[in-house]
Design a binder for this molecule. Structure first.
Ligand code: GAR
Length: 209
């Protein structure tokens, strides 16, 4: 089995999308644990419904980022995952942690990277009067939101959009691209070689609309 550990901080709708794709047979993999840094994350309940280990590691109980990250790493490694999926995990990870999972750690970010790294992406896209926006799945490297992109989903920005309506449409496309990225990783079709992303041996940058 291709084993996945998912890290969350909140609702976990992307976790749900991946679970749905595993249930339907579209993704051949198993989520062995869901870990949240917040005890009240709804995603924990989603995991429990599937009988998946749902763990809380509260970062406020640790003195430093490094201490928390080491404990998190130990917990993750106890599940011997093939892939670690950040799904709305709202913490910056230390370099040592990221390097430990080189090529096995992916994130979804709500913008068309390299645009709008960091927070508040929907409002920033609106303020800049962009005509489109979206989400990116990428490999994680120590530099924030800067790793190689695997796949992006694009949404048009409408005249009457506000940050909330835009976020909602971005979520819908996230629920398509994140399971797709996980699927091709689980199938072993996506390689991460010296920082280059190859899909069936060829350079990869897909866009979905
Ligand atoms: C998603 O929109 C994801 O792109 C974003 O958090 C949301 C989580 O939603 N991630 C980040 O902003 C990472 N910096 P979910 O909990 O419903 O999956």
């Amino acid at each position: 089995d291709f084993k996945i550990v998912v890290l969350i901080s909140g609702s976990g709708s992307n976790l749900q999308a991946i679970l749905d794709n595993i249930e339907s047979g579209n993704i051949d993999a198993k989520i062995t644990a869901v870990i949240s840094n917040r005890a009240n994350a709804y995603g924990l309940e989603r995991a429990e419904k599937y009988g998946i280990d749902a763990k809380v590691l509260d970062h406020t109980h640790y003195e430093s980022r490094e201490e928390f990250d080491l404990e998190l790493q130990t917990l993750i490694d106890s599940y011997t995952p093939d892939l670690i999926v950040l799904a709305g995990f709202m913490r910056i990870l230390s370099d040592g942690f990221v390097e430990h999972y080189n090529g096995k750690l992916i994130n979804i970010h709500p913008s068309l990277l390299p645009l709008y790294k960091g927070l508040d992406t929907h409002q920033r896209a609106l303020t800049d009067k962009q005509s489109d926006h979206g989400a990116s799945v990428h490999f994680v490297i120590p530099e924030l939101d800067a790793g190689k992109v695997i796949i992006q989903g694009i949404v048009d920005i409408k005249e009457d959009d506000d940050a909330e309506s835009l976020a909602q449409r971005v979520h819908q496309i996230e629920h398509k691209i994140y399971p797709h990225a996980v699927k091709i990783l689980a199938e072993g079709r996506l390689a991460y070689n010296n920082g280059d992303v190859l899909y069936d041996g060829k350079p990869m940058l897909d866009s979905l609309k």
